[in-house]
Design a protein around this ligand. Structure first.
Ligand code: NAP
Length: 240
């Protein structure tokens, strides 16, 4: 929002996080990203950390917040493992909860002092249409629904400080994560396409443009909201 402040985005080098970063940088905004691997094509400042590791993430959050005034945060990173109810393991349960919810909580707590000091802020959480229910992804669905709970509760707590908190819930978007979980030609991919009224996958930039609105100065009276960017999948009668 301010040329001397920064937007911080987790999972910034690929997919939806990359599209949000690129759109912000096209507007002349300063972007800090986090990912595990270096990416020379990323034009913002990139910090490397595996956010599934508690000590690595706390260290990188400290390092970033000590050096940069941050007034926009996109909690974009997430993780899913396709598992039916009888097959859910505690290992994957924990990983899905950590990468979708715990990282979001800890990073938001780390960035909050900077937003309070600046007197304004924008937080965007990336959930998923899957929160409405999805076969073989119940832990992911629960974690993404939990992000909506975070969004609404933090929106109420932070409204008096001019910090807004909103949520973007994408449907199937063609990214590396999507292709890994739904390989081309797989029945899972076909049933998803069948359940999307627009009958196509989304593009990361179609999700990014909604996040850009929530991050903008003009969204100053919008808080606690969730927008589905899903080609109509959230209102379809078909399930995937
Ligand atoms: N794609 C979809 O269809 C879809 C639908 C609904 C919701 N979503 C949600 O949208 C968000 C982004 O998904 P996406 O599909 O854009 O993912 P993606 O294309 O796989 O990109 C993931 C990004 O996160 C980074 N990353 C992954 N694991 C990491 C870790 N442990 N620590 C640090 N960085 C890590 C990756 O870089 P490195 O590999 O270098 O670490 C990359 O920059 C997620 O929350 C996802 O649940 C996606």
């Amino acid at each position: 929002m301010n040329k001397s402040s920064y937007a911080l985005i987790t999972g910034a080098t690929k997919g939806i996080g990359r599209a949000i970063s690129d759109l912000l940088m096209e507007q002349g905004q300063s972007v800090i990203g986090i990912s595990r691997n270096p990416d020379p094509s990323f034009k913002g400042q990139l910090f490397l950390a595996d956010l599934s590791n508690s000590s690595s993430r706390n260290q990188v959050f400290k390092e970033i917040t000590a050096s940069f005034p941050i007034d926009r945060l996109v909690n974009n990173i997430g993780f899913n493992q396709i598992q039916g109810l009888p097959d859910i393991t505690s290992q994957y349960y924990q990983k899905i909860i950590d990468l979708n919810l715990t990282v979001t909580l800890e990073l938001t707590q780390a960035v909050l002092p900077s937003m309070l000091a600046l007197g304004h802020g924008r937080i965007v959480n990336i959930a998923s249409r899957s929160m409405l229910g999805r076969k073989n992804s119940s832990v992911y669905a629960a974690a993404k629904a939990g992000l909506v709970g975070f969004t609404k509760s933090w929106a109420i707590e932070l409204a008096p400080s001019s910090i807004t908190v909103n949520c973007v819930a994408p449907g199937p978007i063609e990214t590396e994560m999507f292709n890994r979980n739904n390989p081309i030609g797989s029945p899972a991919r076909k049933s998803m396409l069948d359940a999307i009224p627009m009958n196509r996958l989304g593009d990361p930039r179609e999700v990014a443009s909604a996040a850009i609105y929530f991050l903008s100065k003009s969204a100053s009276f919008t808080t606690g909201q969730t927008i589905f960017i899903c080609g109509g999948a959230s209102i379809s009668q078909h399930h995937f």
